[in-house]
Design a protein around this ligand. Structure first.
Ligand SMILES: N[C@@H](CCC[C@H](N)C(=O)O)C(=O)O
Length: 257
């Protein structure tokens, strides 16, 4: 079975062309092993590209723990680059994922992915929570470089307000009038990732609502730079949300296990 490794600002994924629908998608232990950084290929997640009668393709996402996940923004940008590399479309595409329809545009350097609309930014026991296709908490901190993202993120991820499903946790620091530095603890990876697309999208919307930042918000992550544009419909409702940044193939290989 052939696989392709892609990364989007350091969030890395195993991509499988599963248009024949032969991949063992129900085998959580197998997917977890493929994502394992020592016993497998190593990745934050695994993504299947499947046929769909109404779209250019269907995206099925699995977290590194092998369980099928919610929407993955960086994975969405990577599967768009993968589909373009496969010759499935020229410059614009329309695909379907767990949270519905997505449009995307490809340029040489960047992928612009239209995210699902967001309605509602909640306060859960003093923590800011919203869903951008995946659930996210957003916390503003002062010295993010030295912040213990894993310990602090894990504590929130498993805390009572977010049971039973948990949440991803983003820590953000203002670096200038329209730029944030963001680090993310990711549910289902159960570690800090180099970036999280639905996470930086959540941070951008909260930065607009609470700090007055205007679209597009520029986000620096450990893995690279992203941009989030959006339209605010009402107090905490947003549409025309686009996650913009690079996504590239790293290598290809064959699964023999
Ligand atoms: N890295 C992804 C988020 C993937 C899903 C997340 N781990 C979850 O389980 O909610 C992204 O780029 O959005």
């Amino acid at each position: 079975m052939d696989f392709f490794k892609y990364q989007g600002t350091g969030n890395d994924f195993i991509l499988i062309d599963d248009r024949a629908k032969t991949f063992p998608a129900a085998d959580q232990a197998f997917i977890e092993r493929l994502c394992h950084r020592r016993f497998g290929i190593g990745a934050d997640g695994l993504i299947l590209l499947q046929n769909d009668p109404d779209y250019d393709f269907r995206m099925v996402y699995f977290n590194a723990d092998g369980a099928e996940g919610s929407m993955c923004g960086n994975g969405g940008r990577c599967i768009v680059r993968f589909a373009h590399d496969l010759g499935l479309f020229d410059s614009e595409t329309r695909f379907v994922a767990v949270d519905g329809e997505h449009l995307a545009m490809v340029s040489d350097e960047r992928i612009s992915l239209k995210m699902s609309n967001v309605s509602g930014i909640d306060d859960r026991q003093g923590l800011t929570y919203l869903n951008t296709g995946s659930p996210h908490v957003v916390c503003f901190v002062d010295d993010l470089e030295s912040f213990d993202v894993v310990a602090e993120g894990r504590a929130i991820r498993y805390s009572e307000p977010f049971r039973p499903g948990g949440t991803n946790v983003n820590f953000a620091q203002v670096t200038d009038a329209n730029t944030m530095f963001v680090r993310t603890y990711e549910r289902g990876v159960e570690d800090e990732t180099y970036s999280c697309g639905t996470g930086v999208t959540a941070v951008a919307l909260v930065a607009h609502q609470q700090l007055g930042m205007s679209a597009p918000v520029f986000i620096r992550t450990i893995g690279g730079n992203l941009q989030v544009s959006f339209n605010q419909q009402a107090e905490s409702s947003f549409d025309s949300i686009h996650l913009i940044g690079p996504a590239n193939r790293v290598f290809a290989g064959t699964i023999t296990v």
